[in-house]
Ligand binder design. Structure first.
Ligand code: G6P
Length: 615
């Protein structure tokens, strides 16, 4: 949600900032802006829409830019004030000498605004951010010290923020500060950076310092100083980023989403690596920091997550209950935080999040910790805020996911749940040993099965073409693939804007069936050899009797079903309990190709953000 980069140094300031913003564009993309220190002046360029508009704007004014030595940039996902050039960041104080970019929400901005207006500050935007510019400028006017001005100002802010500030009178110094929103400092040679997330920096430096809440970073090209909110200098560890810049390249694929879908077999191998290497050996999950005696007695798990991660959590419930016999509740983080929950010190609370920065989930995790629960985090970002709150941490190791619609992080989350459930089953001795060995064997086969799906996508593409003009879709499944149907429908909604809803197949007749006619395709997931196939097939017959167009996603080789369905998408045989890892892939592809045919912006769908850092 929004992206920030600040830069001071020997390099090409415009290139560094635009490149950084490009790598952050997946976080927000309704407007963008840049402030440059150039020829002793602060020059600001802001545009509405995608980053390309800002690039064109700067190109058009090239002759007015001499040799910038520092700058700050921002890519916005609007919260306060609609997307517009005026509301785009950077924002300035009344005289325009101070500029600020901001991620987060200032909750007391109205009060601050009134106070500042009384001091003759002139506001031009509808944003909460603008108060920060006036506030810091007001402080700077009194003490002429930018570092202290920022420190004094942030003490007055309520809410969440990661900010980066520059002042015309303080050449080539940028100041960053954070509270409940991520911010890092990139360490270079003869150049230094401030950013809201690591992809902004990865092409320039792998050395980073993670700011903690209430810390201030004072950065010049040769020096980085970090202080606490009282001004005491803090010594911070310089960490080395695990990614190569190539992780941010499409590697010949048309979109990041397609590349990330195709990465899934290797991602699964990566997740399994080191945890399941010999099927006759127990799962090695040292990441779970609860001792065996506690795990043996564990009888309540709560999983909290949002969006796609919530669907992985739902599958996780089925898997844990099936393998380990422990009762599992699954709840959207945004619901968990506004009610009386039964979480206590004997509950294992699992937070699932690709980004590790989702505000609702962070709040929920904090509440669970306050109640004494042990918190296990499953995330793709071991460097995230959520990971820092974890008592136990299972990193997904899926590599950076750029496309806003989550794909490979979802399958990595599913695999993590299988590993966790097997680990618990081994401790609790809740599964027959032979069965467990068989499951491990089949788990290792999953990447090859997905490769089978990915090797020929022509039937999925044809189906996408045939159905791309429909306005509504229903996805149905039973059992563990209910999560898949919800996730498949979400993928379609997110990137094609088609109304799609997932239902438990048995629920179809309790209401949704009223919507069925020839304009409503019903996509059903039918996995043979398990406990749901026949029942889902009956539900499909019910839909057919109402003239709905039927698509089957199935492991069945029975050609008789071709008479029931308009389209049959066949996938390799897979054990029903493990099948969500395979069934989700054709649904990701179907959503991708439908969006592609409709000419939608697949990687950056409208109104969405990759990591939602506001509640
Ligand atoms: C946003 C994204 C979704 C994502 C959700 C949860 O809404 O658009 O794709 O599933 O956040 O994100 P998380 O990083 O917590 O998994």
């Amino acid at each position: 949600m929004c992206g920030i980069i600040g830069y001071v140094g020997k390099g090409n300031v415009i290139d560094v900032i635009l490149k950084g913003l490009t790598n952050l564009e997946y976080r927000g993309y309704d407007s963008a802006g840049i402030a440059l220190r150039d020829n002793n002046e602060i020059k600001i360029f802001k545009t509405l829409g995608k980053l390309i508009n800002l690039k064109n704007e700067i190109e058009a004014h090239k002759s007015e830019i001499y040799n910038p030595t520092s700058g700050i940039g921002h890519i916005r996902w609007a919260t306060h004030g609609s997307p517009s050039v005026t509301n785009a960041h950077p924002h300035t104080c009344t005289c325009g000498r101070l500029v600020v970019v901001h991620n987060g929400i200032i909750e007391n901005y109205k009060e601050l605004r009134e106070e500042l207006i009384k001091k003759n500050c002139r506001f031009v935007s509808q944003t909460d951010t603008e108060v920060i510019a006036h506030l810091v400028a007001d402080e700077f006017g009194k003490i002429k010290d930018l570092e202290t001005a920022v420190r004094n100002s942030v003490k007055k802010l309520q809410g969440t923020y990661a900010i980066c500030v520059m002042h015309k009178d303080v050449p080539d110094l940028i100041v960053g500060a954070r509270k409940h929103a991520p911010m890092i400092v990139g360490v270079g040679e003869g150049e230094n950076f401030i950013a809201s997330d690591t992809p902004a920096l990865v092409e320039y430096t792998k050395k980073t310092i993670y700011l903690d809440d209430n810390e201030i970073a004072i950065v010049t090209k040769d020096k980085i100083k970090i202080t606490d909110i009282e001004g005491n200098e803090v010594t911070k560890k310089v960490e080395v980023l695990p990614w190569e810049p190539v992780a941010l390249s499409k590697l010949g694929y048309k979109h990041f989403m397609l590349k990330e879908i195709h990465e899934q077999p290797d991602v699964i191998r990566n997740v399994l690596n080191g945890k399941l290497y010999d099927i006759s050996e127990p799962i090695s999950l040292n990441e779970v920091k609860l001792n065996k005696e506690i795990l043996k007695k564990l009888n309540k798990i709560q999983i909290i997550a949002c969006g796609t991660s919530l669907h992985a959590a739902l599958a996780g419930k089925y898997i844990i209950e099936d393998f380990a016999g422990i009762s599992v509740e699954v709840e959207a983080s945004s619901e968990y935080i506004y009610r009386k929950t039964t979480t206590d010190a004997s509950t294992l609370v699992i937070g699932v999040s690709q980004s590790g920065e989702t505000a609702d989930t962070i709040t929920a995790i904090k509440q669970a910790k306050e109640k004494g629960a042990h918190v296990l985090i499953i995330t793709n970002r071991p460097d995230s805020n959520m990971a820092r709150l974890a008592d136990s941490l299972i990193p997904l190791n899926a590599g950076i996911e750029v496309s806003v619609a989550a794909t490979k992080s979802y399958t990595a989350q599913l695999i993590s749940f299988y590993l966790l459930a097997m680990h618990l089953a081994e401790i609790k001795e809740s599964l027959d040993k032979e069965y467990l060995t068989q499951i491990k064997h089949e788990l290792i086969q999953l990447p090859t099965k997905i490769e089978g799906v990915l090797s020929d996508t022509s039937a999925i593409q044809a189906c996408a073409r045939q159905f791309s003009s429909y306005k509504n879709f229903i996805y149905i499944a039973r059992g563990i693939n209910l999560a898949t149907s919800l996730e498949g429908a979400l993928k379609l909604k997110e990137i094609s804007y088609i109304n799609a809803t997932g239902y438990a197949a048995g629920e179809l007749k309790h209401g949704p069936i009223a919507m069925l006619d020839e304009t409503m395709p019903v996509l059903s997931i039918l996995v043979t050899g398990g406990i749901t196939y026949e029942k889902v097939l009956s539900n499909c017959e019910e839909a057919k009797a109402r003239n709905a167009k039927l698509i089957a996603l199935t492991t069945s080789t029975d050609t008789n079903i071709d008479n029931i369905f308009d389209v049959v998408l066949r996938i390799p045989q897979v054990n029903e309990i493990l099948s969500p890892v395979v069934t989700c892939v054709p649904l990701q592809l179907l959503a991708y190709y439908i969006a592609e045919f409709l000419g939608k912006d697949v990687d950056q769908p409208r109104n969405l953000a990759k990591s939602v850092t506001v509640e």
